[in-house]
Design a protein around this ligand. Sequence first.
Ligand SMILES: Cc1cc2nc3c(=O)[nH]c(=O)nc-3n(C[C@H](O)[C@H](O)[C@H](O)COP(=O)(O)O)c2cc1C
Length: 324
Amino acid sequence: MSKKPAFIKELSLPIVAAPMFLISGPQLVIECCKNGIVGTFPALNQRTSEGFEEWLIEIKSTLKEFEEQTGKKAAPFGVNLIVHPTNPRLEADVKLCVKHKVPLIITSLGAVSEVVDAIQSYGGLVFHDVIKKRHAEKAAEAGVDGLILVAAGAGGHAGTINPMPLVAEIKKFYHKTILLSGCISTGRDIASALQMGADLAYMGTRFINTIESKATPEYRQMIIDAGASDVVYTAAISGVHANFLGASLKAAGITEEDLKKDRKIDFGKELDTEAKAWKTIWSAGQGSALITDSLPVAKLVSHLKSEFKEAIEEQIKVLENYPK
Ligand SMILES: Cc1cc2nc3c(=O)[nH]c(=O)nc-3n(C[C@H](O)[C@H](O)[C@H](O)COP(=O)(O)O)c2cc1C
């Protein structure tokens, strides 16, 4: 029996628009799903579990209406849950995901079998994000359906490992769904992720620069202006290493000394502080270097499809010359 979920082959492109704190909400998720790619958002983008449920209802009902009106199938949507002892909302939010049968749950920080069992009980899938082999082994033990491998240069809480060994090392022992995350900005990058052995590309920063994201025009412009080396990797803002736009650190008066400090994150006491920090200090990945515009999701998906097809067709031609 195939260990890969059936929905992958039904997508218009093998991508998941990754959940992003303060950036992804119902509008972005709905547009992604209507255009045949997985849309996701962090539950914590709503300040309360009640607000979170309202978003679930809005997304589900809008996609149902879309399917009834067009006869097309919307892609599944997903919710990101922070599985950390300091997240006071975890239990309530899991219950809401079960109640509304959220198709895909993305867990971060902790892979816990109780959460996995609760989601799988109604046929939901759990993908867990990791930055190294040891975390992948633990998540595999907890029974997750897929692993999101967050490589060096990714937006948000990034890893430090190059994507090639990261995918290869984890594929040696993990045979379910693999998603590659980090600096995937173009259709060619999606093709490369598949070449490396991923089943799906997981794209964050590229989707900040869509009309449907909650990012301000200034944030999107800073991404357009940034090169790969303008992205700074630091634990000083969030307590976990993450990538931020250097220009936004500078604008907020953060010094080199500040960047050397480590803090501990507490999702209960500090969510508001964290939100304040991420509102002025903007996270993005090194893939910013390839982002030159801000456009509607429908247009972005259409561009990505053409670039993806062109890249694969070029690769097929390589076979005419190699191997000799
Ligand atoms: C602004 C921003 C906020 C993010 N917030 C979250 C989050 O709340 N939860 C999460 O699991 N990942 C979060 N991420 C990470 C993304 O889900 C994804 O792993 C990453 O963006 C992929 O790398 P890329 O940005 O280079 O495409 C965030 C990323 C960015 C850029």
